[in-house]
Design a binder for this molecule. Sequence first.
Ligand code: SF4
Length: 61
Amino acid sequence: MAKKMTVDQELCVGCGVCAGLCPDVFEMQDDGKAKVVSKNDCDHNEAINNCPVGAIETENI
Ligand code: SF4
């Protein structure tokens, strides 16, 4: 099942782990927070599981 990912901008602390793991999917913005920039199905569970604040949310689409 396809999933749509988003980064909760309130929770993200800008650690960069998600962008490090999946640079095609997550991009760090000028404000230091991560943003989802692609629907690519990079192994995003790894990013979700490694986000220290649980800011990456998924929604089944
Ligand atoms: S891993 Fe989580 S806290 Fe770190 S930049 Fe990504 S979304 Fe933000």
